[in-house]
Design a binder for this molecule. Structure first.
Ligand code: KG4
Ligand code: ZN
Length: 337
């Protein structure tokens, strides 16, 4: 079989990553330099600091990915890079480096959307997975339900109308004084608590008949709950708050994703993105899939959060289909579907 070796490059937020993947499925290396510890003290990602750290990390990370894969640069078939969505300064580091490499090596340059690449985490983790399927993309920047009709055919059928789910996790963590990124911290805390808080006093927000999501109402309800308790001199139980918030955050994701699978007649459901590392979300999705006799898949955590293997995987499928082939005019885009 003809083997295509792709180098993927990712720098959209606070992870500098490079990966070598064969035929979109087999990972030879996936090097991730995380800046989490650098941004922690600011409580979130500082764009200018992220860009500067990408600049310092990108060449060593690419070198390490090629060395670990045992692949010489000349043996690559293409260079795939995230060109959006993300922080412009951060993206530009990856895009400029990918352009330089593609020019110097005279290899095709493939421009990849970060959100679309997340879906490919499932191709890397599950060798037999083929479209069509429904995919829940749930991260710090996105909360959407995608109908995946082909390796390069994705249609967003619903998305958040305000905050992303991961953003809500991060904000609630901040209210509780937990470190950035808040998702993993809330996940851990929730395991020791009871979901016994009714943030909406029985007036639960309606799920809505579409596939869209909203997280600003839940975020505000949690903030109000904490402020009211403070004013009344009542102590809150952080673990119970984390457990309750997690149930509210997860419920619409599960309900709408499986409703979409039913409506589109698809019996495979996948999920991806940073929040798909969440223990409760994985449990609730698994329970629902068993009840509905639907195949349910998600990648291991390292392929849920930002990494370049997902970029190399999608770049392979785009290369095969002739989609997103770019030249030296390629630019970074802050928003990109
Ligand atoms: O996909 P990702 O690494 O970056 C974006 O593309 O946004 O997702 C990061 C988001 C953050 O909001 C982080 O708090 C959240 O994913 N996250 C989690 C968990 N692990 C990461 N949220 C809930 N539970 C987790 N275990
Ligand atoms: Zn991401």
């Amino acid at each position: 079989m003809d083997e295509k070796i792709i180098l993927g490059i990712e720098s959209s937020c606070d992870e500098t990553s490079a990966s070598v993947v064969i035929n979109g499925r087999r990972i030879l290396s996936n090097v991730i330099a995380s800046q989490i510890d650098i941004h922690k003290r600011f409580g979130g990602v500082v764009p200018e600091i992220a860009s500067r750290n990408h600049t310092m990390a990108i060449i060593p990370v690419i070198d390490e990915a090629l060395t670990a894969a045992g692949v010489r640069p000349e043996a690559l078939d293409a260079v795939g890079v995230t060109c959006g969505a993300g922080l412009i300064g951060a993206l530009l580091v990856g895009v400029s480096t990918a352009k330089a490499l593609s020019f110097a090596l005279n290899k095709p340059l493939v421009a990849v959307s970060h959100t679309r690449a997340h879906v490919a985490g499932n191709y890397l983790a599950h060798p037999d997975l083929e479209p069509p399927f429904i995919c829940l993309v749930v991260s710090g920047g996105h909360t959407s339900i995608v109908r995946v009709d082909g390796y390069t055919e994705q249609t967003v059928i619903g998305a958040t109308t305000d905050d992303a789910c991961g953003e809500a996790f991060d904000k609630v963590a901040r209210i509780l004084g937990l470190d950035y990124p808040g998702g993993p911290a809330i996940d851990k805390l929730a395991a020791t608590g009871a979901a016994n808080i009714d943030f909406f006093k029985n007036a639960k927000p309606s799920g809505g008949g579409d596939y869209n999501f909203s997280y600003s109402g839940l975020k505000t309800a949690v903030i109000n709950y904490v402020h009211n308790a403070e004013q009344a001199g009542r102590k809150i139980n952080p673990a119970d708050l984390a457990a309750s918030f997690s149930e509210y955050a997860v419920a619409p994701l599960v309900a709408k994703t499986f409703r979409a699978a039913r409506e589109y007649g698809l019996n495979t459901v996948a999920m991806c993105g940073g929040v798909s590392a969440n223990t409760l979300l994985r449990r609730r999705m698994t329970e629902r899939a068993e009840r509905e006799r639907v195949r349910f898949l998600y990648p291991p955590t390292v392929l849920c959060t930002d990494n370049a293997a997902i970029v190399a995987s999608l770049a392979y499928y785009q290369l095969q289909a002739g989609i997103g082939l770019a030249d030296l005019t390629l630019n970074a885009q802050a928003t990109l579907a």
